[in-house]
Design a protein around this ligand. Structure first.
Ligand code: F6P
Ligand code: MN
Length: 331
């Protein structure tokens, strides 16, 4: 007879909502709006998790046959996630606008209703959807700069990453995790479906200063800048492991836990790099820096770049501080 595997859920850490409340008490200067905004993002993430866990059964796989503002092929789940996050954020009444990889322009909510702007990549790594591999959601929160009495202005949205109040991601991997920072350390939570809640599993995460893993699309090697080619050769000669999932969130998470570097340089096909500054890079750069890691475009720290447009792309090198440093030193 087969032995049953037993596990218990005793000794669970605080739930995400409890943790957010505690953080608010510990750091009273934190905006009170962060709690409802982060809770809304987590709530939408739970719905996406439920869908992702049974994708093929509920028939939400496949392409919509159109491309998004960045030219990527849009999948049904991309749009579903986009609508779910935007809807939950609007309901908080704390958010005046969102920007999303799946919307060409700023989505402004009826004005006068909120002081915060949220940038979203609702479904990161969407080519992984049809093959049951990890995907994610990326989010970034800033306070608007103009007064609530006027409609949302471009400068409310086009803010450098250094002005983020909070940022994070949800990783739909072997388990579903919510990782965020409100600029007081990085904390990670695992979703427990039987309780419908995220519970703390990593408090004050620290990215190892170095690692033995690098993530890059090696198929583009011949078109990388020469200093990146040199750095990759160095990684190979040191016997580092190449690990590339095709979902930035999943590769970044590996490096947050184990150390490593993710690189998306300029290539022949994407001369300004592929990743979106406001929708992907800023959030992960804030997490990296808060955890002791680093993120650079090769020219400057990602967080110092003044965005010119909401879908702006940028090369990005992100991960363990000493590996990013080695890359910047010329490989
Ligand atoms: O969102 C952009 C993205 O899908 C990342 O998640 C991923 O790391 C990268 O693009 C993959 O791009 P490529 O297929 O060009 O390697
Ligand atoms: Mn993405």
């Amino acid at each position: 007879m087969q032995k049953e595997v037993n596990y218990t859920l005793s000794g669970l850490g605080p739930s995400l909502d409890q943790f957010l409340q505690e953080e608010q008490q510990q750091f009273p200067h934190l905006s009170k709006a962060l709690l409802p905004i982060l809770s809304a993002i987590a709530a939408a993430g739970k719905v996406i998790n439920d869908v992702v866990r049974r994708l093929d059964l509920v028939g939400i796989v496949g392409s919509r046959g159109v491309h998004n503002a960045s030219g990527d092929e849009q999948q049904h789940l991309d749009m579903m996630a986009h609508h779910r996050f935007v809807h939950k954020l609007a309901a908080t009444q704390e958010v005046c606008a969102t920007i999303s990889e799946e919307a060409e322009d700023i989505l402004a909510f009826p004005h006068g209703c909120g002081d915060y702007v949220v940038a979203l990549d609702p479904l990161d790594g969407s080519p992984n959807i049809g093959v049951n591999a990890s995907i994610g959601t990326i989010f970034s929160i800033c306070q608007r700069r103009s007064s609530q009495s006027v409609p949302v202005q471009p400068e409310d949205v086009l803010q450098p990453g250094s002005r983020q109040l909070a940022a994070g991601y949800i990783l739909y991997g072997t388990s579903t995790m919510f990782v965020y920072t409100a600029c007081h350390g990085v904390h990670g939570f695992t979703y427990e479906p039987s309780k419908g809640q995220f519970f703390l599993v990593h408090r004050a995460m620290q990215m190892p200063q170095s690692g033995h893993t690098y993530a890059i699309n090696d198929g583009n090697f011949d078109t990388f800048p020469s200093h990146v080619q040199r750095y990759i050769r160095q990684c190979r000669s040191r016997g580092y492991a190449a690990r590339y999932t095709g979902a930035l969130v999943a590769d970044f998470h590996r490096h947050l836990i184990q150390g490593g570097i993710y690189l998306y340089p300029s290539t022949r096909a994407n001369t300004a790099g592929k990743l979106r500054l406001m929708l992907e890079c800023n959030a992960l750069a804030l997490i990296a820096e808060q955890a002791g890691g680093a993120a650079s475009s090769g020219q400057q720290a990602i967080l110092t770049i003044q965005p010119q447009s909401i879908h702006q792309r940028v090369p990005m090198y992100i991960g363990s501080a000493s590996m990013v440093q080695d890359l910047l030193a010329g490989g």
